[in-house]
Design a protein around this ligand. Structure first.
Ligand code: TXA
Ligand code: MG
Length: 338
């Protein structure tokens, strides 16, 4: 399949590109587009065959449900039942933005979107290009991250091209995404909302508007509890060489591995990078502001290719605020910690 490419700037939306992409979506094709978190791979959520193309292009397991993206709250009525008070409050506070709210499905989307569950995740992205495309097409758009399953999510259009060129109908390049990690997924079908995936909106920010929330015990990674978001049980975000999280003494660990013949790549913040001596360091934000680490993390994970380094060492972080989402992704990507 030939993949079309458009470059669209936030300042001057290319009308023709928007119309072409929206038209392909209406015809049941898959289009990658920017959101403020990561690039998504969209298809008409009401068209089962179109949705199937997403699973095929990504190699995604069919038991992993897709988030449904809409341009406005007015579209909710068609898609979900019983929107509880907390969900309205969250939508008012954080949408458009990096939050996905799980609600009871009305069954209007194709059955393969929700992978057999009676709920669906709804998200209104705030990226001007993504949001404009959703407005143009006017349909609910199912969209997972636009990467091959298991790889780090794409934060640049070139990551999408690398993974999916020739497998999807089009890629809309709107520049690098801002947040860099996926949306927070919060289940509002329970009396007390449960965070199923930490993300762009922190637990602290959510509690400030709706009071106490639970964190899915399955996220802790022990064997007994299965995560409630099916996608959280898979190994994810993995780079092509083994990755180890390093709590301290980065230089000593790197030297030891190099002595053993390994080619060591390091992912570190500016602060740590300044203290290190190593040929291959990928700087990933600053400790002063962890949102910069979130922003650059997936690009850093993609940067080291197997041919280049034989092992990757990555600095680790505290789990407060956006640190929770960063460490959630890193722990999934990592072979272990030292
Ligand atoms: O920021 C994001 O959320 C990006 C952009 C493209 O919007 N999308 C994204 O989609 O990360 P994906 O498919 O990579 O991750 C969706 C997560 C998965 O862990 C999935 O299992 C969970 O949301 N999920 C979706 N629908 C669900 C449902 N009804 N119940 C529980 N978990 C659900
Ligand atoms: Mg994903």
């Amino acid at each position: 399949m030939e993949t079309k490419h458009w470059t669209v700037s936030e300042q001057s939306f290319d009308k023709q590109a928007m119309e072409e992409a929206a038209d392909l979506l209406r015809k049941g094709e898959t289009i990658a587009f920017p959101t403020e978190t990561v690039y998504g791979l969209g298809a008409d959520a009401t068209n089962e065959q179109a949705v199937r193309k997403i699973f095929e292009a990504k190699g995604r397991p069919s038991d992993n449900p897709l988030i449904v993206h809409v341009a406005s709250k007015n579209q909710l009525e068609d898609l979900v039942e019983d929107v509880p008070e907390a969900a309205f409050t969250l939508l008012d506070a954080f949408s458009p933005g990096p939050i996905t709210i799980i609600l009871k499905s009305k069954g209007t989307v194709a059955s393969n979107v929700s992978a057999g569950l009676d709920s669906i995740g709804i998200r209104i992205p705030s990226h001007p290009v993504g949001l404009r495309l959703l407005e143009e097409v006017g349909l609910p758009i199912a969209a997972p991250s636009a990467n091959i399953s298991g790889r780090p999510s794409p934060t640049k259009a070139e990551h999408v091209t690398h993974d999916l060129e020739g497998r999807i109908a089009g890629i809309m390049d709107g520049g690098p995404t801002g947040i860099g990690l996926e949306s927070t997924v919060i289940d509002c079908t329970e009396a007390v909302p449960v965070i199923l995936r930490p993300g762009g909106i922190t637990a602290e920010a959510i509690e400030a508007v709706i009071g106490t929330v639970m964190i899915d015990p399955g996220l802790a990674g022990d064997e007994k509890e299965k995560p409630k978001a099916p996608g959280m049980k898979y190994t994810h975000y993995a780079p092509e060489a083994p990755l180890y999280l390093v709590e301290k003494d980065m230089q000593q660990h790197a030297d030891k591995l190099a002595e053993d013949g390994e080619i060591v790549g390091i992912i570190a913040t500016e602060e740590l990078a300044q203290q290190l001596e190593n040929e291959r360091i990928q700087v990933c934000g600053t400790r002063e502001d962890l949102s910069t680490v979130a922003q650059h993390l997936y690009d850093a994970l993609r940067y080291f290719k197997k041919s280049d380094v034989s092992v990757i060492l990555c600095e680790s972080f505290g789990k407060q605020g956006v640190g929770a989402a960063i460490m959630n992704r890193l722990e999934k990507a990592a072979t272990g910690s030292i």
